[in-house]
Design a protein around this ligand. Sequence first.
Ligand SMILES: Cc1cc2nc3c(=O)[nH]c(=O)nc-3n(C[C@H](O)[C@H](O)[C@H](O)COP(=O)(O)OP(=O)(O)OC[C@H]3O[C@@H](n4cnc5c(N)ncnc54)[C@H](O)[C@@H]3O)c2cc1C
Length: 337
Amino acid sequence: MEKILFLAHVEPGGSLGKAALEALAAAGLPGGELTVGLVGPGAAAAANRIAGSRAVRFLVVEGEAFAQSRYASDAAAAEALARAAGASLIVAAHTSRWARALPGVAARLHGRIDTHVTHIAEVNGVPLVTRWFYRQRMEGVLTRSERPWFVLLEAGCGPAWSGAPGSAEVESLAVPAASRTTVVGRRAPQAGEQTIRPDAGLLFVAGAGWTKKQADGTAHPRQAEQLILDFLRASRASLGGSKSLVDQGGEGQAVLTCMSHLNQIGQTGSTPRHPKGLATCCHGEEPHVVGWRFITERRAVNLDPNCGWARGKADILYVADAFQVMEHVNRLLCAGT
Ligand SMILES: Cc1cc2nc3c(=O)[nH]c(=O)nc-3n(C[C@H](O)[C@H](O)[C@H](O)COP(=O)(O)OP(=O)(O)OC[C@H]3O[C@@H](n4cnc5c(N)ncnc54)[C@H](O)[C@@H]3O)c2cc1C
């Protein structure tokens, strides 16, 4: 029987993030024995919130030193939890924090790690993981004989665990948090407001057309930016961009200041997992659309009826001026309809 450890860092206030709850749901394989391992201040409170899960043990590493995302303390906590649980399979959400710390922990424990996993199953008591290869073009299902086996599960691929809270019997581990790294502050890559929202129901993609000359012979980047930001604020959608648009800053052309390379979707960008997507002023070329692999319902607004979206890449293409469409949509959103 697999001894499974579900590993999570605790959010401020003693809660668990959505990605962690998805990993918890996936970690509860019927043939395994589940232990919960939580890291950070408020871990005991977080354990109570998931007391109704299949877990038979609740291990915690608490203390302010474990609040920060820092390789040394995160790796020390994860190693101690994996050893205490005697875990053969360790499942955690693919957060940037675990993606940084867990490969080193797997090496320390002479184990193996698979990242970007999208599904965990069990056949005859053998765990199988699914992941995509070659920029999401091929899907593979694999298992491993080496243990401990660490699995980092991508967010948004499965249901989050939900159940009644309760009173968990918590075992606290004393872990030295010695580190040469001191966190002195936080510097965000974007100066403006946060536009990347992995949990949003809609991905709104802006293409280079927003900054191109329009029917009146001039470009309107400021108007474009305002329309996009108004829409994002009203809809709480996540903002993606085409490579052409996010590259323009480096070429000294008119740019949307709310965009950076972090927003880029596609072959050399990200592959988000929102249930719906709306592309505007974006041609829909293959290197861009490959990043839409996991977007279930796709719509696009483009002036060109022969754009890439028209060739089977979108469920619905509106052949229209995105400036006019978004102005109208924003008016409807503001009116609450
Ligand atoms: C190796 C490689 C990797 C790449 N990786 C990526 C990647 O990761 N992501 C990515 O995005 N691209 C990538 N590309 C680039 C990709 O091939 C395209 O060049 C890029 O996606 C084009 O961006 P775009 O559609 O925004 O711009 P354009 O091709 O310039 O299209 C602009 C569109 O806006 C429309 N438009 C203009 N005004 C309006 C209006 N008022 N209303 C409605 N529509 C309007 C036009 O009709 C046009 O279709 C890659 C290319 C290569 C070679």
